[in-house]
Write a protein that binds this ligand. Structure first.
Ligand code: MN
Length: 715
């Protein structure tokens, strides 16, 4: 600090550019010398990196960030914001990295500069109203620090002031963006001074002719009004003095853009709007406002239905004031606003007003926190007004992300949404056939969570299919429903195949098969069972809703004498049957274990070990049993549970686990139970390929000095 504080002293005032001097003078009125020193250090840094760059106006580039900082100094924003304003273009326009800024000016400043640069990278292309609203939300959501938005607004304000040097096509685009995006944001945050300037400059640049006509008309009417205004003002001031009320009565400026908009939206003529007198009365307390209202109403008759109490019910951006319209002299309408100084300050600077309290004010908290409190207070005050929640809460405490499609359209997704959710939001088919995603033109995994401002592209392939694992990371209802639906269809197909095999197996008992039974017999049975076709019958068998042996008996009954008692050919399990064959979690069967299949309605076949303890219960329903065995080569891995009893010693778990891993076995889960001081039991869930693999593994563990017992769990 010592170093930066002395910077100012070392450079004689005369050697510093004039605009910098003016900025520093403003800052000295409310910042400490150390803070002013830091801003100056930022200026030197910026002047250095922008050296040789010029604005389109021909001025040295550094004049722009200095002007931006100066606008924010008028709002009394804090030192980090002013510093960031000076540096706001260095990341974008120069190779200076964020880390270097952090090192030199601290993390806070670096984060602010980075935030502004991020906003600079997104461009508004559409002209649709709804898209503009989305874009505003997007910008607010991207700026997780409200000060970033304020720097951006100041940046835009200065760019609008110097728009004259920009080529016409580009300047029109910037002007439109200013009116559609930035002025409404300033309005939402209540920063009235900036809002008015942005509107005025945007209007002038976009519609120069309309602007000129309106300006002339307004100037003329102002000349006519001056006399009247003076008289009304005098009369009210006198009345207030008589009531011993301290108040300031001001004539109110009319703004061209709001006149223009009223003409357009309400279809009123220029005279109707321009010939309205405006007055503002500022007092020192809220109840004085109501007293003033009474006095005003006793001098000029109020227009019915035109009184609004924004003190009791503030506008959504926090604006508070009393509004009333009176019949003025000659019957012309007279609009009066009555408010306190605090309300006036909020009306001018909105959220920025929270940086304007002097340190040591009653609210000792940091301005950031106060601004945040203010917003929260607004939310409470508004109850759960939907419009309000929509416009402020969601914008400033975002629970949505906004991303671009490759064509520049904006899509809104819930926070946490992944690239895959995006794909499904475009179209179910895009989601289902999605194979890869690009975020900002770089390939990313489909599970990547999206961040506001990114542009997302989905790559699809013909014949690509959803992966069941997707269900674990999508967050949108649409994606989830689409994947579930696909899995259900998939399961249906698998069930059909298994059902046919089960029926074949059961028919084998009668030396028959599905083929030998023939279509006609199948058709007769499905009609009898009120099923659509044989496929539906197979499906029901596969899902365990109909039992293959019973179906088989009905198919052969009535025919020739069946030959019962033949040995049933067991169904071969390959491990690739999909969702309709599952492996019991009680006994964890692995290939080469003697096994049985149990038909469970809706789930298909569940495979158990022959010696599974739970079988006793199932044995009561013999018709639900299916004879199964393992196919010769089963090319997948199966879960199995083992218990290892060990002597308690530091690192023993790690030792056993390392041994398991070395034997090319995946560990799915570990738990430790039964600690009795000297020994404990480790329970591992592993993936093995077959019985032999498991046996080798157990032997290997038994050979460890601290493991005195290793067995497979039995249910
Ligand atoms: Mn800039």
């Amino acid at each position: 600090m010592e170093h930066t504080a002395s910077v100012l002293g070392r450079i004689p005032k005369g050697k510093r550019p004039r605009d910098v001097n003016a900025l520093l003078a403003k800052l000295e009125s409310y910042l400490t010398p150390e803070q002013v020193g830091q801003v100056y250090a930022a200026y030197e840094f910026g002047a250095d990196v922008h050296e040789g760059q010029r604005r389109l106006s021909g001025e040295p580039f550094i004049s722009h960030p200095v002007a931006v900082a100066s606008l924010l100094a008028d709002l009394h924003l804090d030192a980090p914001t002013i510093t960031a304003a000076i540096l706001h273009d260095v990341i974008e326009d120069t190779p200076t990295a964020k880390e270097q800024l952090a090192e030199q000016f601290g993390r806070e400043v670096a984060a602010l500069v980075d935030g502004v640069s991020k906003l600079d990278r997104v461009q508004f292309r559409s002209r649709a109203e709804a898209q503009a609203e989305s874009f505003r939300k997007m910008l607010l959501a991207m700026a997780d620090d409200i000060r970033v938005i304020m720097v951006k607004l100041a940046d835009r304000t200065h760019n609008m002031r110097t728009l004259g040097s920009v080529p016409p096509a580009k300047s029109r685009r910037i002007a439109r963006e200013t009116l559609d995006i930035y002025a409404p944001i300033a309005n939402r945050l209540g920063i009235n001074s900036m809002r008015l300037e942005l509107e005025e400059l945007g209007f002038k640049a976009l519609y120069p002719y309309r602007h000129r006509v309106l300006e002339r008309a307004l100037r003329r009417s102002r000349g006519n009004q001056r006399q009247f205004m003076r008289r009304i003002q005098d009369r009210l001031e006198k009345a207030l003095r008589k009531a011993a009320i301290q108040a300031e009565v001001q004539g109110r400026e009319k703004h061209l853009y709001s006149i223009y908009r009223k003409m357009q939206q309400k279809g009123r003529s220029l005279n109707e709007i321009v010939d309205v007198f405006g007055l503002r009365i500022v007092v020192n307390s809220a109840d004085t406002c109501y007293r003033v209202l009474g006095i005003v109403h006793s001098h000029y008759r109020p227009m019915p239905g035109r009184f609004k109490d924004y003190i009791a019910i503030p506008r959504i951006n926090g604006y508070q004031s009393l509004h009333t319209t009176l019949f003025g002299p000659n019957g012309l309408p007279l609009e009066v606003q009555i408010r306190t100084e605090d309300m006036d300050r909020i009306a001018e600077s909105g959220i920025a007003a929270h940086w304007q309290y002097k340190t040591g004010d009653a609210l000792g908290a940091a301005p950031q926190a106060r601004a945040h409190e203010w917003l929260k207070g607004l939310i409470d005050m508004q109850g759960n007004s939907e419009e309000f929640l929509e416009s402020v809460k969601i914008d400033l405490f975002p629970d949505k992300v906004y991303v671009f499609t490759p064509t520049g359209e904006i899509r809104r997704l819930p926070r946490g949404a992944t690239a895959l959710d995006f794909a499904y939001s475009v179209h179910t088919d895009v989601g289902n056939r999605c194979v890869a995603a690009k975020v900002d033109r770089r390939l990313v995994p489909l599970r990547t969570q999206l961040v506001t401002g990114q542009s997302v592209e989905i790559l699809t392939a013909r014949g690509a299919k959803p992966n069941p694992a997707w269900i674990n990371f999508v967050v949108t209802a649409k994606a989830r429903a689409a994947i579930r639906n696909y899995l259900k269809n998939l399961q249906r197909g698998e069930a059909r195949e298994l059902g046919r095999r089960l029926l074949d197996q059961a028919l084998g008992e009668f030396s028959m098969s599905v083929r030998k039974v023939g279509r006609r017999k199948l058709k007769a049975l499905t009609d009898e069972l009120a099923l659509a076709d044989a496929d539906e019958l197979f499906e029901k068998i596969g899902l365990g809703e109909r039992l293959a042996p019973l179906v088989a008996r009905r198919l052969v009954a009535g025919g020739d004498e069946a030959e019962p008692g033949r040995q049933v050919e067991p169904l071969s399990i390959a491990g690739t049957e999909g969702m309709v064959v599952t492996y019991a979690r009680c006994c964890f069967p692995v290939p080469d274990d003697p096994i049985m299949g149990y038909l469970s309605a809706g789930r298909g076949v569940v495979i158990h070990r022959n010696d599974c303890g739970n079988l006793a219960e199932y044995r009561k329903q013999p018709e639900k049993w299916v004879a199964v065995d393992w196919k010769h080569k089963v090319a997948r891995r199966f879960s199995v549970e083992i218990r290892v009893e060990v002597i308690n010693r530091l690192g023993v778990l790690a030792e056993v686990a390392a041994n398991i891993a070395e034997s090319n076995t995946n560990i799915e889960h570990v738990s430790v139970v039964e600690r009795d001081g000297d020994t404990s039991t480790l329970i591992f869930q592993l993936q093995v390929s077959d019985r032999r693999h498991l046996e080798e593994l157990l032997n290997r563990i038994r050979a460890l000095p601290d493991a005195y017992k290793a067995t497979r769990s039995c249910a």
